[in-house]
Design a protein around this ligand. Structure first.
Ligand code: PLP
Length: 358
């Protein structure tokens, strides 16, 4: 197995003569092995690892300069929205949050200052789909980078670089690690110059992961394909079961034939994953809270993508940092419940939900 190089520094033979490693913020052999593995599974040339998905996002935004403009999906992980609006806006970056379900919308917001288009697909938690190839084609024409947060799909189901994106970001805390035991993030790119710039930011600002966490993510990657197959199977069974349940109102899952962008999901993904959200017919926060506190197999917790199933309440948990009016505009109601369907027995999971929904 790849050794865990638990060291902060590396002995050198003479001043300026080293064996490829000088100081562990800059490089670490365990991290190098993981960076190569991540690049390979995203069909990219270069991987760069970070201390969290948020640190990876932060590094991408640091490519930009004051006055630059960024177009982002209006439905994405709340922490990304928080970083853009509360951390980076004050440095003179301008963000346009738009509905990216129709790729052509993007063109309306491109001007000479636009440098980056940021999207997630499927989005967290509304499971909206962006046509990555269509957005990338518009971006290319205008010399704008496209970054896709591919956390929800994982490289097993979708490879944004193959669809024309320039940058892929993951919260490796989720499906890549897969066991809810490490916080980690990564960036994958093809372009040499972009890689050099991001590597510089990685080293200069230093949000790097330790070797133990790199080892855990490396181990997680070895079962990604098997886990994702089961996440997809269980996700589909639960989505279809929820849809038949009389107490359930809307179910958001991009595998439904009548999902607004199902055709695009089918075109750009190899499966629909294990993430889904739903609302109750009794659309009030207390009814939702009762379900959220009643499951026994689905643990009530933040995060997603681990082998164990999780249930969450975006309005008060993952997306609490988005103002309520903004959330409601995108359908993220107070009673919305999000599931990260794990790899347990699907019938056990359905039983658990059945008991909780009542
Ligand atoms: C889609 C998505 N992107 C990025 C992040 C941030 O990742 P991390 O928690 O590893 O910083 C999350 C976290 O939930 C996420 O769901």
């Amino acid at each position: 197995m790849t050794p865990i190089y638990q060291t902060s520094t590396f002995a050198q033979e003479a001043p300026g003569v080293h064996k490829g490693y000088e100081y562990a913020r800059t490089q670490n052999p365990t991290r190098t092995a993981l960076q190569h593995a991540l690049a390979a599974i995203e069909n990219g040339k270069y991987g760069l690892c970070f201390a969290s998905g948020s640190a990876a996002t932060d590094a991408v935004i640091k490519l930009l300069n004051p006055g630059d403009e960024l177009i982002a999906a209006n439905d994405m992980y709340g922490g990304t929205y928080r970083m853009f609006t509360k951390v980076f806006q004050k440095y003179g970056l301008k963000f346009h949050f738009i509905n990216m379900q129709n790729a052509n919308e993007v063109s309306k917001y491109i001007n000479k200052n636009t440098k980056l288009i940021w999207t997630e697909s499927p989005t967290n938690p509304m499971m909206n789909i962006t046509d990555i190839a269509a957005v990338a084609a518009i971006a290319k024409k205008n010399h704008v980078w496209v970054c896709v947060d591919n956390t929800f799909a994982s490289p097993y189901l979708q490879n944004p670089l193959d669809l024309g994106a320039d940058i892929v970001v993951h919260s490796a805390t989720k499906y890549l690690g897969g066991h809810s035991d490490a916080v980690h993030g990564c960036i994958i790119v093809n372009d040499d110059v972009l890689h050099e710039q991001l590597k510089f930011i990685q080293n200069a600002t230093g949000a790097v992961p330790g070797p133990q966490d790199c080892f855990l993510i490396l181990r997680g990657l070895k079962t990604l394909h098997v886990r994702m197959q089961r996440h997809c199977e269980n996700g589909e069974k639960i989505a279809r079961w929820l849809r038949e349940n009389k107490k359930v109102d809307k179910v958001y899952w991009c595998g439904f034939e009548d999902h607004p962008n199902h055709a695009i999901a089918k075109k750009q993904m190899r499966g629909f994953g294990g993430m889904l959200s739903f609302t109750l017919k009794d659309d009030n926060i207390d009814a939702a809270k009762k379900v959220l506190s009643s499951t026994k197999l689905f643990a009530l917790a933040e995060s997603l993508g681990g082998v164990e199933s999780l249930i969450g309440h975006p309005a008060t948990m993952t997306h609490a940092s988005i103002p309520r009016e903004e959330r409601l505009k995108n359908g993220l109601t107070d009673s919305l419940i999000r599931l990260s369907v794990g790899i347990e027995d699907a019938d056990d999971l359905i039983n658990d939900l059945n008991n909780a929904i009542g």
